[in-house]
Design a protein around this ligand. Structure first.
Ligand SMILES: Nc1ncnc2c1ncn2[C@@H]1O[C@H](COP(=O)(O)OP(=O)(O)O)[C@@H](O)[C@H]1O
Ligand SMILES: [Mg+2]
Length: 469
């Protein structure tokens, strides 16, 4: 059952209950009113009758006096007076006032079931004429009570009708936005995150509507971000494919050609018996193959860093540096990594941050030097890896629009409970990318000794001055 119907049913149930309670209260009140009124009226009438009858003399026509006495009670509201003969027959009666409008019989029976009758004997000298009988007449009182009851019931019913109307009106207005909320939720379920609910209900519901609107807006933004990310991802994939094709063509192609040429000349040298040349060609072929192996390893490292990371973060970063140095020999890239590994998860995040930062520096900044540093700070609580990639390039231009590379690095750092800052290089021009990544327990204890593998190594053998943090 809906909330609206439940509330209205409750109010409708209260109506008969309060009518019943009001009716009972009115009944007991009316009962005492009728009794008190009649007792007072009968007392007064009894006194009047006794006084008047005591002054009637037996010689002065007592019958007429008695008839006059009875008729003085004509039109009395509460008392009927009769002259009753000694044999019990009623000789004459007063005409009590008629109750207008008359009360229903059931009410009369309920309030005045047994009439009060008082017989007042006449004085001894005229006692042979019978007695005066007083009878309480409650019709007028009951009719008044009935009119009051009808008025009270009408007021109560009117009040309840008003309450019902107001409650149903208020509920309708308050709950109407819930229908809108249900409609909006179903829109969200169908993937339409632009759904919105007006916050024009009562405050309690407005909180829900506000939260719903925020949730829908959040979903809308997430959807938008996802869309951008996937288009960015396809662009990056496309770019990587192109790079791969270029690498294979430019780096592997010439060596394959050289191997082919060298291999073709070997039979001719053999025919001529120039064994020295054969050995020289074989040596050249091996050299070409060694070059190709180096390139293939670098390409694989870019494609599958996880595999590369099995060798350790320092080795993986070395491969990255080798990759860029082959393409940009004029850029001096140095690495100072104090441990071979910081745990698999942190290694992977650190590698991706270094990879993207190198990409950014070389592609956007045209730097002369790039310094990569990874130091485990085991004394801090919790132990963290401080990773920095600092270049002395042009720096981020204020006009540049934010891409997903920096956002992706930050998301990776935050996913492992760390932070990432990208700021201008404090000492020269350029950019400083600084990540703080919490280290898993055990990393500091087990491998606290620096690996020494590539600590302070630079590809051009120069110091990374101005690139310290
Ligand atoms: N080291 C850097 N030197 C100069 N400009 C940078 C550097 N890193 C980032 N930027 C600028 O910040 C922008 C956003 O970088 P990023 O989020 O990686 O996106 P993307 O590289 O895809 O453009 C870049 O387009 C570039 O203009
Ligand atoms: Mg980038």
């Amino acid at each position: 059952m809906s909330l609206r119907r439940r509330l209205l049913a409750l109010i409708i149930l209260i109506l008969p209950l309060s009518l019943l309670a009001g009716g009972l209260l009115s009944y007991f009140y009316a009962l005492s009113v009728v009794e008190n009124e009649l007792t007072a009226a009968l007392g007064l009438a009894g006194t009047t009758v006794r006084e008047a009858s005591s002054q009637i003399s037996p010689s002065g026509g007592p019958e007429q006096h008695l008839a006059r006495l009875v008729s003085t009670f004509d039109n009395d509201r509460d008392v009927g007076v009769s002259l009753v003969a000694p044999d019990g027959s009623v000789l004459r009666s007063s005409r009590p006032m008629q109750a207008v409008p008359p009360a229903p019989e059931w009410l009369k029976r309920a309030l005045y079931a047994k009439p009060i009758i008082i017989d007042i004997p006449l004085p001894a000298e005229i006692s042979h004429l019978g007695a005066i009988r007083l009878e309480g007449k409650a019709d007028n009182e009951i009719s008044e009570v009935w009119e009051e009851m009808k008025l009270q019931f009408a007021i109560l019913a009117g009040f309840f009708a008003l309450v019902l109307w107001l409650v149903s009106l208020t509920l309708n207005r308050a709950l109407r936005p819930l229908d809108n909320l249900a409609r909006a939720l179903s829109e969200v379920r169908q993937g339409n995150f632009s759904a919105h609910v007006d916050e024009n209900g009562p405050e309690e519901l407005n909180i829900i509507y506000r939260e719903f609107n925020r949730m829908a807006q959040g979903l809308q933004e997430a959807k938008h971000r996802n869309k951008l990310l996937s288009s960015q991802l396809s662009a990056v994939q496309e770019e990587e494919r192109k790079e791969l094709a270029r690498d294979l063509h430019d780096e592997i192609g010439p060596f394959l050609f050289a191997v082919d040429v060298d291999a073709q000349t070997i039979p001719q040298f053999l025919e001529r018996g120039a064994s020295g040349e054969v050995v020289a060609r074989a040596g050249a072929i091996r050299q070409s193959i060694a070059h190709m192996q180096g390139h293939v390893r670098a390409i694989l490292g870019r494609l599958r860093p996880a595999q590369l990371l099995d060798l350790g973060l320092d080795q993986a970063i070395d491969q990255l540096i080798a990759f860029w140095t082959r393409r940009q020999p004029e850029v001096d890239i140095s690495a100072d990594i104090d441990q071979a590994s910081y745990g698999h998860e942190i290694d992977e995040v650190a590698f991706r941050i270094v990879q993207e930062s190198l990409n950014n520096a070389i592609r956007h900044g045209a730097p002369a030097r790039i310094a990569i540093k990874a130091h485990a700070q085991c004394a801090s609580n919790p132990a963290v890896l401080k990773l920095s990639i600092i270049d002395d390039g042009s720096g981020i231009s204020p006009a540049s629009s934010p891409g997903f590379g920096i956002e992706g690095m930050r998301e990776r750092a935050e996913a492992v409970g760390g932070t990432l800052e990208v700021s201008p290089n404090a000492l020269t021009s350029g950019v400083a990318v600084i990540a703080t990544l919490p280290l898993p327990t055990g990393v500091c204890l087990c491998t606290a000794q620096p690996s020494g593998n590539n600590s302070h190594k630079t590809n051009n053998d120069t110091e990374g001055k101005g690139l310290e943090i």
